[in-house]
Design a protein around this ligand. Structure first.
Ligand code: NAP
Length: 380
């Protein structure tokens, strides 16, 4: 069963899974809008905000099939607003659909899914906005952060009942999102509003979504997640989400540090062009990689005072980043950075004080059947 299937990711997913042999109940408020046909695909009227209607629909599916194996919570919309202008109703609605909607559907489905021989699967569609926040997206981002929280809790809660729970985080994806499901707060968009500068970024963001990946990529990721019992808890879809989300594997203070760093560099009028370029590159690297807050602060101070030291700090950031990739078993990323920076695993180990070097090489060997050359050359 999938929610929010009249367009975009939900529609692509319903069709793709039906094509791949699943019996799909495509939940939507408007079944007549579902213009795709497949013998395995059954549109079903579902309003996430109506628990009674939801319960009836789900018990009806159960009566017909005697099991509901997979639930995909996809329905969601974005509310763009400055916090100060949002009405109580708008705030409540964003969470009512994006968060409480998931709770309601889970509440209705879990009794029919739990303790079956066949493993149950719940997949919640999050977003990389659920890992990284943007101005004017406080409500949407908060709702997507909430999805990560509820997904983690449910994962532990339902594991003993033979249900596994994941979140799938798409990046920019072409869908009806910008046309129909990005709701704007009009006060925020008034010409004389206080947020004019930030508003300039919205058209670009919308263009990114409109030029985003094909929603089929999300459907393919979902199918892989279903088919692999050992899928990661949080599954990133190729693109922005894949690049940016690992930054927030932990909720660190990186953002604040980065901002301070950025201000240091950009607002320092004495800084020459080359230095500014290096600083911006550093910022880019920090944004791409996964570092610890004290190290970023350290980097910020060094950047502000001494250009030559910057390269050393760069190396330090790379080493810490590689170590973090290794710790999080993101070997491909670690491998690429090791190669790019001509670093050995020994140097990485030295930087972070302690590394499970043996485990790392073993994992690498299992995955690639070989060790990267620079690992063989390491001294420690
Ligand atoms: N597009 C992106 O770049 C992107 C990126 C990351 C995450 N996402 C997430 O992916 C999911 C699907 O979005 P999409 O991009 O495929 O957009 P979409 O084409 O606009 O589809 C959104 C679906 O959500 C449902 N929905 C929207 N507002 C609703 C409301 N008020 N009450 C109940 N259901 C509502 C609609 O279902 P019905 O009209 O069929 O009932 C609609 O089909 C969302 O959760 C979104 O946050 C999208």
């Amino acid at each position: 069963m999938i929610t929010g299937t009249s367009s975009g990711i939900g529609k692509a997913c319903a069709y793709f899974l039906a094509q791949n042999g699943f019996i799909v109940y495509a939940g939507t408020r408007t079944p007549n809008k579902i213009d795709i046909k497949h013998k395995n695909l059954y549109p079903i009227k579902l309003d996430l905000t109506n628990f009674e209607q939801l319960n009836n629909a789900i018990s009806e599916i159960y009566k017909k099939h005697n099991h509901i194996d997979i639930l995909i919570n996809n329905a969601g919309y974005g509310f763009i607003s400055a916090v100060e202008y949002a009405s109580e109703e708008d705030m409540q609605k964003q969470f009512d659909v994006n968060v409480f909607g998931i709770f309601r559907v889970c509440k209705a489905v879990i009794p029919y899914m739990k303790n079956k021989k066949t493993e149950g699967i719940i997949i919640n569609i999050g977003s990389y906005f659920g890992k990284v926040s943007f101005p004017l997206f406080a409500f949407y981002s908060a709702s997507k952060f909430a999805i990560e929280g509820l997904t983690d809790a449910l994962r532990y809660e339902l594991e003993p009942l033979n249900i596994r729970v994941h979140s799938v985080l798409p990046g920019f994806t072409k869908s009806s999102f910008t046309d129909s499901n990005l709701i704007r707060n009009l006060d925020t968009f008034k010409d004389d509003a206080s947020y004019a500068k930030i508003l300039d970024t919205i058209p670009q963001l919308m263009t990114n979504i409109d030029n985003g990946s094909n929603p089929k990529a999300v459907a393919e990721t979902i199918l892989k997640t279903i088919n692999n019992s050992y899928s990661e808890s949080r599954v990133y879809v190729e693109g922005e989400s894949y690049k940016i989300s690992p930054l927030r594997d932990e909720l660190t203070n990186d953002e604040q540090m980065l901002y301070r760093f950025y201000k240091l560099e950009v607002e320092n009028t004495n800084i020459d062009k080359d230095e500014l370029k290096i600083a911006m590159d550093a910022k880019e690297i920090l944004l791409r990689n996964y570092t610890n807050p004290p190290k970023i602060e350290h980097l910020a101070k060094l950047c502000a005072t001494n250009k030559t030291k910057l390269n050393k700090v760069f190396q330090k950031v790379y080493k810490v980043t590689i170590a973090n990739y290794i710790k999080n078993i993101r070997l491909e990323k670690a491998y690429i950075l090791l190669q790019e920076q001509s670093l050995s695993i020994g140097e990485v180990a030295k930087e972070v004080g302690y590394m499970h070097q043996g485990n790392f090489t073993k994992l690498f060997f299992e995955k690639y059947g070989t060790y990267p050359k620079n690992i063989l050359n390491q001294k420690c």
